[in-house]
Ligand binder design. Structure first.
Ligand code: ADP
Ligand code: MG
Ligand code: MG
Length: 972
């Protein structure tokens, strides 16, 4: 008989068929439930249950929403096994067993998929549940109160089931789209609210059994009225309804939108977990909570969490009641008056504390855990690697390394580029903050500072962001429907919810500034108003948030950089530096930029644009000289103008070379088309003409003559140098004189002269002749034998990549200008791509904007061709990248794989490039050690094997000696 496909994996009673590594098959939640239940080092108290695999989800969508035929039998067998362990029966009138149905994708998708608790509760089993509940106690004290408490509990569980089930299964999964505020959950919530109001009850827990019983029957009536069919009174129908809803919700609007943002493939599918219920809502000795093994907001090594007495699961996250702190160190201004779990149930707390320690040691990472206490007994319901913000990620990586919990490589892998980016992002200026008085305080749920105009709906946030406005999304609380608006906003402020609320989870994951549970804030959605301390704030009124402290301010506060003097960050980046092989340079045009970039760790300048001195504040004088040069009629006039321009260029270069103190500085010769510098306004042109002693007509004629239809592909770059050799000569002389003077003054310098827009070797040779002549003249005049320098070319024209072997004969380095190379490879004008690129990305015509993240397949292939052909001629050819991509983590990793020597990016991206370069080394050695079957290796070398011959922590290449790398494209 053929081996039966296994669709169901059981866990419980110290055993599990799955384990933590099986995330693809069991989803994250299922894999970790199996690990917690069955791993010999853990065997934690996990209620028994089973996981229906992601393969079933795939099957379901491949087969017109049908299950594999074997599924039912396997599910029934697993149900029987859970029943046996617990001595109860699913659907039994006397001794019923209830289940939860929980979704579980591979990576956590907070709030995206739905959970239904208390499955199996019906009009026939509810009395059984009540008897079960009184069982132990009623016998002992045999009193009325325990019976009515049991009754209260059972109807509390029932009303939750009815609400969750009708919402998730009967409405959402069924594709019913209710009008705003008319969803079944809202309608039922209103019934509950009305009941509370009628009874003068403050919270759910103030309602008694009779109240809840009535609520349940009103719920059922409402469901028939609104959805046109009854709430199912059959346990098996409930179970399969729940399972089907999980699968259906995988293709729900919200799940799809979240996947798009997080780049989760649609094909992954979700698993379903069916797990025996334990109850945190049976009374005062019951509770439920959520905790982190370390503080996810700061990274502090302290157990941190929230819990609620007499509550069930989602209450903590939903922000319906303000949760209490689990221990003293989790107390905040908001919940300081609440009694901690540590005090309320010291024995259980101690057990929980022990378990969280074991979990962290086992997983060697911060865990986010969910637990429930049923009558003093602790149950673990979930664990996963906890989301954290950037500062916390860096802090934990460094601490865990010190604690020897993880290796240096682990530490570097643990921090993502965007988490690091958070540390480099501004915070509110502490001085301004001190002077301002917060209008309200909430919980610090997402780091950093932000300011913006208030908006009240996710749609408004998206709309405003489209118009380029900075907004802060202010909500009562957020829900998964808000994610796109949360994304679009600068920051999020909610009136309700704790550190584990939806808003907090999402913001923390994204590293977005966020303040939650700000009770002083009242939101009037209808009037688009926020009321705080008697004051009314209207839509687009500006506020500022400090998401690290939880403070809210009126108006727009100034911001400052957070990275300066951050020792943990310094230590972390030093770790990266020990691992990486790629050098990291910066694109800097001023001595100030250069200095800042060095403080971020830049090891040179990869792009100094000479033309920058003609833009901006101090450009007036040199710009005038330049214009004079451009408009000159005769060569003599031009030469005179050039002589006047020279000292400005030299001074600028000199100061930058000096600031870099001997580190390489790549200076690019003048690149933009000249007409860019000529005034387009006639008045201004007339003024200029007067200044330089030219008639207006003449100046106009010259200016018009410079007009180009397609300047991007026009008279620019090396083409300027060829037609105006004296312009090249002037710049080169400025470079050599500046360098020579610094050398004479005993300062170290290393200029690298770079010729832009080269496509043909003879272009480069032409310029190199000029450079060599000026070098010799300058050296001689300064009494030097030689001025150390390199001459190289940018590779930004496809022809240059293809003919790299020709260019490498004379070039000493290549620097890939990937902005232009991308433009020219795709034939996308960067200035005009805005009209279609966003739609290309939305429609998945392109996976990403190729100007942001390098198109590794296409532009990347040209790069690889250029490298292999160039190094085929000159094995030690120095190669780098100076496009915008040099600061994009994925592109940096690509540059490593293809064997570049350095990347260059804007100063603020330098730390990110340092991280990505280190991660590239780690990924490379991981790939190498994952054994590749020889057959596959022979036929299809995987991408990036170009650099695979380089050792992981290769010291040799960092000292300048590079191994010749095998590239995927043969040199010609
Ligand atoms: P989410 O992915 O939204 O966290 P979960 O499946 O973890 O959804 O369910 C939410 C909450 O429901 C859990 O944190 C837990 O408190 C509660 N819950 C789920 N299953 C059970 C169960 N078998 N017994 C008791 N509570 C449960
Ligand atoms: Mg949920
Ligand atoms: Mg959960």
């Amino acid at each position: 008989m053929a081996k039966q496909a296994k669709y169901v994996f059981f866990f419980g009673d110290g055993k599990a068929e799955g384990n933590g590594k099986m995330k693809e098959l069991l989803g994250g939640k299922g894999a970790n439930l199996a690990e917690m239940a069955g791993h010999p080092d853990l065997r934690l108290p996990v209620p028994p249950g089973f996981t229906i695999t992601t393969e079933v989800c795939t099957f379901y969508y491949d087969h017109g929403r049908k299950y594999p035929p074997q599924l039912k039998e396997q599910v029934n067998a697993a149900l029987r096994r859970a029943e046996k362990i617990l001595g109860r029966k699913f659907g039994d009138r006397e001794n019923p067993l209830l289940f939860s149905v929980r979704s579980g994708a591979r990576s956590s998708m907070p709030g995206m998929m739905e959970t239904v608790l208390n499955i199996g509760l019906t009009s026939k089993t509810i009395d059984g549940l009540i008897r079960q509940t009184t069982g132990g106690r009623a016998e002992k004290n045999g009193n009325q109160s325990s019976t009515s408490q049991a009754e209260r509990f059972a109807y509390d569980a029932y009303r939750r089931l009815i609400m969750m089930y009708s919402d998730v299964v009967m409405e959402k999964a069924a594709g019913v789209e209710p009008a705003e505020d008319q969803g079944i959950r809202r309608q039922l919530e209103r019934i509950l609210e009305a009941k509370k109001h009628e009874r003068g009850a403050k919270t759910d827990t103030d309602l008694d059994a009779a109240d809840l019983k009535e609520v349940c029957s009103r719920f059922k009536e409402k469901i028939v009225e609104v959805l046109g069919k009854p709430f199912p009174d059959d346990p098996v129908e409930q179970l399969w309804g729940g399972v089907g809803a999980v699968f259906a919700s995988w293709n729900g609007k919200r799940a799809i939108s979240y996947r798009r943002i997080e780049n989760i493939p649609d094909a992954w599918g979700t698993a379903v977990n069916v797990q025996a219920m334990v109850f945190g809502n049976m009374g005062e000795d019951c509770a439920t909570g959520v905790a982190f093994t370390r503080d996810p907001g700061t990274g502090d090594n302290r157990f941190y969490g929230e819990y609620l007495i007499n509550a069930q699961g989602e209450d903590v996250v939903a922000g319906i009641r303000t949760p209490a702190p689990i221990n003293e160190s989790s107390k905040s201004e908001h919940n300081a008056h609440e009694i901690s779990l540590e005090k309320a149930m010291p024995r259980v707390y101690k057990e929980l504390h022990g378990i969280q320690k074991r979990l962290e040691r086992h997983y060697r990472d911060m865990q986010d855990i969910e637990f429930t206490i049923e009558r003093g007994r602790l149950f673990m319901l979930q664990c996963r690697v906890g989301k954290r913000n950037g500062p916390a990620a860096v802090r934990m990586a460094i601490d865990m390394l010190k604690e020897k919990l993880i290796t240096r490589e682990d530490a570097v892998k643990r921090v993502t580029a965007s988490q690091l980016d958070e540390l480099l992002h501004p915070v509110l200026d502490p001085k301004a903050e001190q002077a301002a008085k917060p209008i309200a305080r909430g919980l610090p749920a997402g780091p950093g500072g932000a300011s913006g105009g208030i908006v009240f709906t996710a749609a408004d946030a998206v709309e405003a962001a489209k118009q380029g406005k900075h907004v802060i999304l202010v909500r009562e609380e957020t829900n998964p429907e808000d994610v796109e608006g949360m994304r679009a906003a600068q920051a999020i402020l909610t009136a309700r919810g704790g550190m584990t609320s939806h808003a907090a989870l999402v913001a923390r994951g994204w590293g977005k500034c966020c303040v939650v549970g700000c009770a002083a804030v009242e939101v009037d959605l209808k009037r688009r108003e926020m009321h705080v301390g008697g004051k009314v704030y209207k839509e687009f009124d500006e506020i500022s948030l400090n998401g690290s402290k939880g403070a809210v301010y009126e108006g727009k506060l100034p911001k400052v950089d957070a990275s300066e003097g951050n020792e943990t960050l310094g230590a972390f980046l030093a770790l990266c530096d020990k691992i990486r092989r790629l050098k990291v340079r910066t694109n800097a045009d001023t001595p100030e930029d250069a200095r800042r970039a060095r403080s971020f760790g830049a090891e040179g300048i990869g792009l100094f644009r000479t033309e920058h001195m003609f833009y901006g504040e101090t450009s007036e004088k040199p710009l005038q000289k330049l214009r004079k040069m451009i408009l000159a009629r005769t060569e003599e006039q031009r030469k005179a103008a050039i002589d006047e321009l020279f000292p400005f260029v030299k001074e600028d270069i000199k100061r930058t070379l000096e600031a870099m103190d001997g580190l390489p500085v790549t200076i690019r010769l003048l690149d933009p088309p000249l007409h860019e510098f000529v005034p387009h306004d006639e008045m201004q042109l007339a003024e200029l003409a007067k200044e330089i002693g030219m008639s207006f007509e003449e100046a106009k004629k010259r200016a018009d003559g410079l007009h180009e239809t397609n300047p991007m592909m026009g008279h620019r770059g090396v083409r300027l140098g060829i037609t105006y050799p004296e312009v090249t000569a002037m710049q080169v002389r400025a470079i050599f004189e500046a360098a020579a003077e610094l050398l004479v003054a005993k300062k170290a310098v290393f200029p690298e002269i770079m010729v832009p827009v080269v496509g043909v070797d003879t272009e480069l040779e032409d310029q190199i002749r000029i450079i060599a002549r000026i070098h010799d003249e300058t050296a001689k005049s300064k009494g030097l034998k030689k001025i150390p320098h390199l001459v190289g070319t940018m590779i930004e024209v496809p022809r240059a990549a293809l003919r790299a072997a020709d260019l490498a004969k004379t070039a000493q380095f290549f620097s890939y200008g990937t902005n232009d190379l991308t433009q020219l490879t795709f034939a996308f004008s960067r200035d005009d791509a805005g009209a279609f690129l966003p739609e290309y990305v939305a429609k998945k015509i392109l996976p990403e904007d190729p100007f942001q993240s390098l198109d590794q397949a296409g532009v990347g292939e040209l790069i690889e061709i250029g490298i292999s052909r160039g190094r085929g001629v000159k094995p030690d050819l120095k190669i780098g990248i100076c496009g915008e991509h040099g600061g994009d983590a994925a592109s940096v990793k690509f540059c490593h794989r293809v064997g570049m020597d350095y990347v260059s990016c804007s100063p603020f991206r330098v730390p990110i490039a340092r991280l990505a370069a280190a991660q590239a080394v780690i990924e490379e050695s991981a790939k190498k050690s994952a054994a590749v079957p020889p057959r596959r290796r022979a036929t299809a070398p995987p991408r990036g094997r170009a650099a695979a011959s380089t050792k992981a922590t290769n010291g040799a290449s960092r000292n300048g000696k590079r191994k010749v790398r095998r590239a995927t494209v043969k040199a010609r």
